[in-house]
Design a protein around this ligand. Structure first.
Ligand SMILES: NC(=O)c1ccc[n+]([C@@H]2O[C@H](COP(=O)([O-])OP(=O)(O)OC[C@H]3O[C@@H](n4cnc5c(N)ncnc54)[C@H](OP(=O)(O)O)[C@@H]3O)[C@@H](O)[C@H]2O)c1
Length: 348
């Protein structure tokens, strides 16, 4: 490990997101002098490779955060509630991937392409938004800046890795069982720990997270509330329907948006998005060029295509937005926040 740089901790290091965090820190060559990897007692003692060195995973405890500069959390909301204040108390800046603090008015909710400046307002904890929200706001922000934004209606087509490593195993096992004509019992999806579970292989499940009293799911409410907070648009009209598909990694979204400005054509939106930060435009119907999750896996960008003008509403547009939910939706956005903290000299 280097002698200069930061002491970074990853909480949930053995999970679907945690594993990507370790890989991303390595790929980005983030300045690290010490890496602390934390999990529950179940995975404590396992070994992870980082920059050709072996790091032993330890059980997360309050003392684990002594001398930590930056702590990346992705071990579930309860673990963040338990340990994030302990980490902050010991001087660390927490970047939290769970929903524990996202809507706390004291906690900035940050997607660097959209609201990097909000980092300056942090009080120790910074929240990383929900994966489906992140990729959508990256695509919406340049349009908002150029033409204004009035309304968003999104339907998602979300991968199982969004529900963790156990959900990926469940999809693989069910697919194998169905092909081999064997019986199986769904155990994880749609919501881990719930009583009722449904088949995900060869299926589409219109429930991600639990239901709220208003008939929406928490995932849908996260997209609605987080979008307004990140974009600083409390009055933006947002509606969401979130669906889980038998895709391993990579969330897709059909986004309908209405802008403020009249007379804007598709080409203007394409031109805008083709040079926007964090976006790769893949939009050529003649060549059947459009984003797909299988092509987005392993990449940090948000891919946008299928941009069309609504046939009835002059200010309405449709687009298809795809990204790797474990990277831009989680690990990359978190590491990007850490890079922004260094750039803005908010971490010493
Ligand atoms: N997957 C996504 O696309 C995504 C995107 C954004 C945010 N998130 C959020 O990130 C969190 C983790 O998601 P995931 O998909 O990586 O889940 P996961 O694959 O199930 O991994 C969970 C991780 O948390 C650790 N953990 C569990 N209990 C713990 C405890 N008591 N103390 C310390 N560590 C503990 C696990 O360690 P063990 O190996 O010891 O069990 C494992 O490393 C969730 O809150 C999720 O909502 C996920």
């Amino acid at each position: 490990m280097a002698t200069t740089g930061f002491h970074v901790a990853v909480v949930g290091a053995t999970g679907a997101v945690g594993q990507q965090m370790i890989r991303t820190l390595e790929e980005r060559n983030f300045p690290i002098r010490k890496l602390t990897l934390l999990s529950s007692s179940r995975s404590a003692g396992t070994v992870q490779k980082f920059r050709n060195e072996e790091v032993v995973v330890k059980e997360a405890k309050p003392e684990s955060f002594e001398n930590v500069d930056i702590a990346l959390f992705s071990a579930g909301g309860n673990i963040s509630k338990l340990f994030a204040p302990e980490a902050v108390k010991r001087g660390a800046i927490v970047i939290d991937n769970t929903s524990a603090y996202r809507m706390d008015p004291e906690v900035p909710l940050v997607v660097p392409e959209v609201n990097e400046e909000d980092l300056k307002l942090h009080n120790g904890i910074i929240a990383n938004p929900n994966c489906s929200t992140i990729q959508m706001v990256v695509a919406l922000e340049p349009i908002r800046q150029a033409f204004g934004l009035k309304k968003v209606i999104v339907s998602t087509y979300q991968a199982v890795s969004g529900a963790g490593a156990a959900a990926i195993e469940e999809l693989k096992n069910q697919t194998r069982s169905i092909i081999e004509n064997e019986g199986f019992k769904p155990k994880i999806l749609p919501v881990k720990g719930d009583e009722k579970h449904y088949q995900i292989a060869f299926n589409a499940v219109p429930q991600i997270d639990k239901f709220v009293e208003n008939g929406y799911t928490f995932e849908e409410m996260k997209m609605i509330n987080e979008t307004k907070k990140i974009m600083h648009m409390p009055d933006l009209k947002v509606a969401a329907t979130c669906v889980r598909l038998p895709v391993e990694t990579g969330h897709s979204e059909s986004v309908y948006l209405e802008i403020e400005k009249e007379g804007i054509d598709v080409e203007s939106i394409r031109t805008l998005l083709s040079s926007a930060d964090g976006i790769v435009l893949q939009d050529n119907p003649k060549e059947q060029l459009y984003p797909m999750p299988a092509h987005a896996v392993g990449k940090n960008d948000v891919f946008v295509g299928r941009i069309r003008k609504d046939l009835d509403e002059d200010k309405g547009f449709h687009m298809w937005v795809v990204s790797d939910n474990l990277l831009k939706g989680a690990a990359w956005n978190s590491v990007q926040i850490a890079e922004s903290l260094v750039k803005l000299e908010l971490v010493k």
